[in-house]
Design a protein around this ligand. Structure first.
Ligand code: PMP
Length: 351
């Protein structure tokens, strides 16, 4: 607390990101990065951008990147918004779209950035509890609200909703923005982007951090009809009219265009996820059904905190959330097959 702080700053509870420690030989499975790295074509495009063009400002409209994304989903480039990671896109959505006189609905348990943004933008939230099996009950979203945000698949549970459930929520609230955060959708879920043709209240947010393995580059995007995208543009232009630097625009465009690399690497992640799920269940873990690049698991005989500590002692880093109701769970990112082997070997020593 400082006399220089505004009352808003004094109440903020900033989001705490997962650790990025430097420990030799560490198996890092705590922040849902993708172990395969970005497309080699994306790396080449970024090297060329560094060599040739950094004296120039970037394209403020990021047109090539928006065109590449638009082509992927069969929408128009002006129905695509890009930003520095989906966190920034989501922040702009919170600032631009949420009606402050009525509450925002989101699940309790979900991505913990949402409460942070509500604090920052003075938005009242209603946290809608998950069912006992950690799934989202669509019927619970049939209530008066200013807006809704849902991750699909949900985080950190990894559980996905079918498209019909997403459509039911979107159709139920024609006058409210519904934001679907699809950070993990490419690992087995069904994207709601095609529904943006039909519903003008739907905004779908994606990231290149997970399925394109570009977490360090910070690129995310949103797809929706013009009025929603226009709202995001207004916030962006008031904040920083250059959405992405030249290296990010070049790398992201090439990564989106390299469909073969994208398909190959996400397939490997999904295969390893099934193997890890089986191995964990064999050792007595309860593993929630995941459609993401991580699994959420608990063991009846050990607390989540103890398991995370014991794994760390064996140089395997996973994420443990102290939050009630999920404090016995571990969120474990799917790494390379060798990293998964080391996780399983470490768990064999522990449980
Ligand atoms: N949404 C969800 C549900 C996430 O888990 C994450 C990653 N922490 C993000 C959005 C943000 O990803 P990024 O800012 O790297 O695009």
């Amino acid at each position: 607390m400082s006399k220089f702080w505004s009352p808003v700053v004094a109440t903020l509870k900033p989001y705490v990101a997962g650790e990025q420690p430097r420990i030799a030989n560490l198996v890092k499975l705590n922040t849902n990065e993708n172990p395969y790295g970005p497309s080699p074509k994306a790396i080449a495009a970024m090297q060329a951008a560094v060599a040739d063009s950094l004296k120039l400002y970037p394209d403020p409209s990021a047109l090539h990147l928006r065109e590449a994304i638009a082509k992927t989903y069969g929408v128009a480039p002006d129905e695509v918004f890009v930003g520095n990671g989906s966190d920034e896109v989501l922040a702009h959505a919170f600032a631009a779209l949420l009606k402050h006189d009525r509450p925002l609905l989101y699940p309790d348990i979900t991505y913990s950035f949402y409460p942070t943004y509500c604090g920052l933008f003075g938005i009242e939230a209603v946290e809608v509890p998950l069912r006992d099996d950690y799934t989202i009950d669509v019927a619970d979203y049939r209530r008066d609200c200013g807006a809704i945000i849902l991750p699909n698949p949900n985080a950190p549970t990894g559980i996905g909703l079918p498209l019909s459930a997403i459509e039911a929520i979107v159709a139920e609230h024609p006058d409210q923005p519904v934001v679907i955060d699809e950070a993990y959708i490419d690992f087995g879920g069904e994207s709601a982007i095609p529904l943006t043709r039909k519903y003008d209240n739907l905004l779908v947010v994606h990231t290149l951090s997970k399925s394109r393995s570009l977490a360090g580059l910070r690129v995310g995007y949103a797809v929706g009809q013009r009025p929603l995208i226009d709202a995001l543009e207004r916030v962006k232009d008031s904040f920083n009219s250059y959405p992405l630097d030249r290296v990010a625009q070049a790398g992201a465009t090439a990564a989106i265009e390299d469909v073969a690399w994208f398909d190959e690497t996400r397939r490997k992640v999904m295969e390893s996820r099934e193997r890890v799920t089986g191995a964990l269940r064999q050792r007595g873990f309860e593993v929630l059904p995941s459609q993401a690049n991580f699994v959420f698991a608990r063991h009846p005989g050990h607390s989540g905190a103890d398991l995370a500590k014991a794994l760390r002692e064996r140089a395997v880093l996973v994420r443990h959330f102290a939050k009630p109701r999920i404090s016995d769970f571990l969120r474990i990112t799917i790494g390379t097959p060798e990293e998964c082997d080391r996780l399983i070997a470490a768990l064999e020593e522990i449980v």
